[in-house]
Write a new protein. Structure first.
Lengths: 557, 165
């Protein structure tokens, strides 16, 4: 059938099973938005307040569903506003297709109004990008974009489409999406060699990451861990990929991870790395990380092998397959003594709690109070900073895809957009956003979106009135010279919420936390809770950058 | 061990593919001596030859990162002992009547041919391995090199194996 470029876009989105897109209209995408008007019965468009929010929403949608997030923006500033959202998704391997309009072919390369080379700009933060100059190529480019975004190590793909292409007509023939299985690149003998190393280990541990979640391999990991009786540490990207209540689960590893995970990594004789990449926030000193241990690495991305830490064995392929094959190849083992040792360390893992106060709530107390009210299916989103680390330490996740956080890029301002995407994708579930007053100020404009779509998001603003994480580093490493981390803002978050049409509540201290949170959970509407936290609260323990567990800081002030 | 390695790439000659490759080299901090791009003889594909300095881990990482570029189809090390790698140089040397014959005698041992005779200069064309070319430059340096242009390496594996296999 003969369709114009914009209708082809809509048809191709439907081919891929897309029923929800996020975005913001503008001059160069007028044709596309005209098609979205026509297809509004089959494609829901969620309008954000700012393109960055739309990109984070597509990201939150993808993280909580496993589907590809889709975001649309106009040329020029619309496109550049997506960049932080695309980079966030890229660093965390989140599948996303970003569609941007551009000026018409005859205006390209003339510095026309709202023209920008978004392919050039996004080149280092996308898996691939395209500019489609001929409508005849459009359908196949869109299909290819989804294939790239969703295959191998997932990630964002951008398609830039000049305005005349979105209006030009050509023949369109529907096609079924091609789903090709992920190949396992390692040989049977490599599996056997790795299995032998696992069987002969006395003190093995698993270090897992976000790959477990993007491969939907949580069941395979659980089987493997139970058969080998290995304690499990996770990067913050892996949270939810292994049940927190499981006897083998230790918690997060790295800069703000527990004492036991650090000690385990330092004393084990084998580390089995599953879908994780030894980032500097986990392996602070990559020369020393696991230096006494044999290292096995399972990853879908061959380029992760030997990138940061040298491995002795590597298995390349989709984790579902590689874990299942490895589980088959290993013997059923018990490591009672080693697991007892890990439990001993975990008893020493606690940090000194700050004294109770009338003026402030304790962050752990608030997180635990939320956990008590939330179900295992509810979705937790964070921004970036101290609150993010407290949640990663304290919130116990039982299931995958209930956790959205910017792990790699560390994007302050990520949270509210991601919460919008999560709430749109999961109508039956409660979405709780933990944010800080610093992060929230960055993109709180999306409260308008929360209100427009009446999304029952609970926003817990851990309001310590300072930029807490940077301030903590200034305390530790810059002689308490608090340069630009105390903004003296007077924002009244409850009044602000009300101005947007959202309910505002306040937690003054530990004593009213439960009551206020219960009220928020009981109402089915969006709520912003201004939660007063001491500006002197720190995230502990902490392994200073470039250091090891031996340098762990457990007390400050 | 830090050494020089030659890597051959086969890439779709889509617009921007050279930018994708060079951008990756730059942001991952790979240390490149030369890079050449030319038609590969296979319709729609370009062949790129990169000479890089790095240890084995860096070379492995280079290849694995290159293969993540959607347009790059092949990336392989060309082993020095079983490959032929050549480059071409045009080099303009300061010369007067007094040393002209000395220079011509010297360059002839490199099979360099005189391509232009200026009033006070000689321009030679020579081809050879990067090592031979380096040596030629070193030998001509005392006379004063006015300018030069090197093509970068073209390299193929010996025997019947091809990159596209």
């Amino acid at each position: 059938m003969q369709l114009n470029g914009s209708e082809i876009i809509a048809e191709c989105l439907l081919e891929q099973g897309v029923d929800t897109v996020f975005g913001y209209p503008g001059g160069a995408v007028l044709n596309i938005y005209d098609a979205l008007y026509k297809y509004s019965d089959r494609i829901t468009h969620i309008l954000s307040a700012h393109e960055q929010g739309a990109a984070h929403a597509a990201d939150g949608y993808a993280r909580t569903t496993g589907k590809c997030g889709v975001v649309i923006a106009t040329s020029g500033p619309g496109a550049t506003n997506l960049v932080t959202g695309i980079a966030t998704a890229f660093m965390d391997s989140i599948p996303m297709v970003a569609i941007t309009g551009n000026v018409s072919n005859d205006l390209l390369a003339r510095d026309s109004f709202q023209e920008v080379d978004i392919c050039g700009i996004t080149l280092p933060v996308t898996k691939h990008n395209f500019i489609v100059k001929n409508v005849k190529d459009l359908a196949n480019v869109i299909r290819k974009a989804f294939r790239i975004a969703m295959s191998g190590r997932k990630g964002p793909v951008l398609i830039d489409i000049p305005k005349d292409v979105t209006g030009a007509v050509c023949e369109y023939t529907p096609e079924e999406p091609v789903i090709s299985p992920e190949p396992v690149l390692s040989s049977q003998s490599e599996f056997e060699a790795a299995a032998q190393a696992i069987d002969s280990a006395k003190r093995p541990m698993i270090y897992m990451g976000g790959g477990v979640i993007s491969s939907d391999a949580e069941k395979q990991l659980l089987d493997f861990a139970e058969k080998t009786d290995c304690p499990v540490a996770t990067s913050i990207m892996g949270l939810g990929g292994f049940p927190s209540s499981h006897r083998l689960f230790m918690g997060t590893i790295g800069m703000h991870g527990g004492y036991e995970t650090g000690k385990a990594a330092d004393n084990c004789d084998l580390i089995i790395t599953v879908g994780a990449r030894f980032s500097d926030r986990v392996a602070g000193d990559r020369k020393k990380f696991g230096e006494k241990a044999t290292i096995i690495q399972l990853d879908i991305d061959k380029a992760e092998i030997n990138k940061n830490v040298r491995t002795d064995y590597s298995l390349v392929g989709d984790l579902k397959d590689t874990l299942a094959r490895l589980t088959e190849a290993v013997s059923l083992t018990k490591h009672d003594e080693w697991n007892a040792q890990v439990s001993e360390w975990s008893k020493k893992s606690g940090v000194k709690e700050t004294p109770k106060s009338d003026d402030y709530a304790h962050p752990y107390h608030v997180i635990e109070a939320v956990r008590a009210l939330a179900s295992d299916d509810d979705i937790i989103v964070t921004d970036v900073g101290q609150h993010q680390m407290w949640v990663s330490q304290k919130y116990s996740f039982e299931k995958p895809r209930r956790w959205c956080t910017s792990g790699g890029l560390g994007t302050m301002g990520y949270g509210l957009g991601a919460a919008v995407g999560s709430a749109v994708a999961n109508p039956g579930k409660r979405v709780i956003l933990f944010t800080g007053d610093g992060s929230f100020h960055m993109n709180l404009n999306e409260l308008a979106t929360v209100c427009s779509y009446d999304l029952p998001i609970i926003v817990v603003v851990m309001n310590n009135t300072v930029l807490g994480m940077v301030r903590q580093w200034q305390k530790l490493f810059y002689g308490r010279r608090f340069s630009q981390t105390d903004p003296h803002r007077k924002t009244d978050f409850t009044a602000l919420a009300q101005a947007f049409g959202v309910k505002g509540l306040r937690i003054h201290n530990d004593d009213d936390a439960e009551k206020v949170l219960a009220e928020a959970f009981a109402s089915k509407e969006p709520v912003v809770i201004d939660c007063r936290i001491s500006p002197d609260e720190n995230v502990l323990p902490m392994i200073p950058p470039g250091k090891t567990v031996d340098d762990m800081v457990t007390e400050m002030e | 061990m830090e050494n020089k390695q030659i890597i051959s790439l086969l890439a779709h000659n889509h617009p921007g593919v050279l930018l994708r490759i060079t951008s990756l080299i730059s942001r991952r901090g790979f240390n490149i001596d030369s890079l050449t791009a030319s038609p590969s003889g296979i319709e729609g594909f370009s062949r790129l030859t990169v000479r890089m300095s790095g240890d084995d881990d860096q070379v492995e990482q280079f290849i694995n990162q290159m293969l993540k570029i959607v347009d790059v189809k092949k990336a392989e090390v060309l082993p020095e002992e079983s490959s032929v790698a050549m480059e071409l140089i045009l080099i303009k040397v300061n010369s007067d009547a007094g040393n002209r014959n000395d220079i011509i005698a010297l360059t002839s041992t490199y099979h360099a041919s005189l391509v232009n005779l200026g009033e006070s200069s000689l321009t030679f064309r020579a081809s050879g391995t990067p090592g031979q070319i380096d040596k030629l430059i070193a030998e001509l340096a005392p006379f004063g090199i006015l300018e030069m242009a090197r093509t970068g390496i073209a390299a193929l594996e010996n025997g019947d194996t091809c990159l596209a296999d």
